[in-house]
Design a protein around this ligand. Structure first.
Ligand code: 6PG
Length: 246
C-alpha cells in the first residue's frame, strides 16, 4: 500500500484486490467506531456497483457496534428490492454476516412507479432520521466511479450535478445506454458527508480517476463533485486505477 495526502484529500493505492477490500473495510470500520463514540450513532450511505461488494463482506466480519449503525443508500436502480440489480439487495447480502437490526436499514424505494414521489419520501425519511433542523451529514459514504465518469447516479451531460434544491432526485432512464431510471442523493448531500470513500479498481477506471481529480466542468465528469465539501475524501484505488501522479 502507498498513501499520499494533499489538502483534505488522501489517495491510497492498495497492492491488489484483497488489500483493497481489507483497507476499505478498515476505513469504514474506523469511521463507524468514531461516529458511535462521538454521537452515539453511525449513519452510513452505501453505493452499489461491483467494486464495493468485497469490502462490505469484509466489513461484516468485524466486531463493531452494529446496533448503533443506520444504513442508507447513495443511489438505487428502479427495481424491486429482490431484483438482482437492486443496490439495497446486493448490500444486504454482502452485510448478512453482521448483526445489524432489521430496523436499521433504510432503503430507497426504487420499485415505486412514481420515482419523484420515491425521492420525496426518501428525503422526508432523511430529514426525520437526522433531525429536521440538522444537516444531513453522513458519517461515512461509499462512492464509485463509472467508466463514463459518473458517481452516485449523477450521469455526465445530464445536468444532474446541478440539482441543489433537493436531497434526493429521480434520474430518468437512459435507454440508449441501457440504464434504467434511478434515485440518487444529490451533490449537496454528497458534499456534506464526513468521510467520502471513493473506491475504484481496474485499468478501465484510470482515465476517469485522473480526470475526476483534475478541476473542470462537473457535468462532464460528475465524479469531480466528490472533491468539494468540508469532510474528508479518500480515494482508495488499486495500481491499475491509480494515475501515475498518485
Ligand atoms: C450504481 C452505483 C454507481 C457505481 C459506479 C461504479 O448503482 O451503479 O452506485 O455509481 O458506484 O457505477 O460501479 P462499479 O463498482 O460496478 O464499477
Amino acid at each position: 500500500m502507498r498513501a499520499v495526502r494533499k489538502g483534505g484529500e488522501e489517495a491510497i493505492v492498495a497492492k491488489d484486490a484483497a488489500e483493497h477490500a481489507k483497507l476499505a473495510a478498515e476505513l469504514m470500520a474506523r469511521a463507524i467506531t468514531a461516529a458511535v463514540e462521538a454521537r452515539g450513532v453511525a449513519r452510513i450511505a452505501l453505493s452499489g456497483g461491483s467494486t464495493p461488494s468485497p469490502a462490505y463482506q469484509r466489513l461484516a466480519e468485524l466486531a463493531l457496534p452494529w446496533a448503533q449503525t443506520e444504513w442508507f443508500w447513495v443511489d438505487e436502480r428502479a427495481v424491486a428490492p429482490d431484483h438482482p440489480r437492486s443496490n439495497y439487495g446486493a448490500a444486504r447480502r454482502d452485510l448478512a454476516a453482521a448483526r445489524i437490526p432489521e430496523t436499521s436499514f433504510f432503503r430507497m424505494e426504487g420499485e415505486l412507479a412514481d420515482l419523484a414521489e420515491a425521492a420525496a419520501r426518501y428525503e422526508r425519511l432523511l430529514r426525520a432520521r437526522f433531525g429536521v433542523a440538522s444537516a444531513v451529514a453522513f458519517d461515512l459514504m461509499t462512492l464509485g466511479i463509472g467508466d463514463d465518469g459518473h458517481t452516485a447516479s449523477l450521469f455526465p451531460g445530464t445536468g444532474a450535478v446541478n440539482i441543489d434544491d433537493r436531497l434526493v432526485a429521480a434520474i430518468p432512464a437512459q435507454p440508449d445506454k441501457g440504464l434504467e431510471a434511478r434515485l440518487t442523493l444529490t451533490v449537496p448531500v454528497i458534499r456534506e458527508a464526513r468521510l467520502k470513500l471513493l473506491l475504484a479498481r481496474g485499468a478501465e477506471k484510470r482515465g476517469v480517476v485522473e480526470q475526476a481529480k483534475r478541476s473542470g466542468p462537473e457535468d462532464a465528469v460528475p465524479a469531480r463533485v466528490v472533491r468539494g465539501g468540508a469532510g474528508q475524501l479518500v480515494w482508495l484505488l488499486d495500481p491499475a486505477a491509480a494515475p501515475s501522479a498518485g
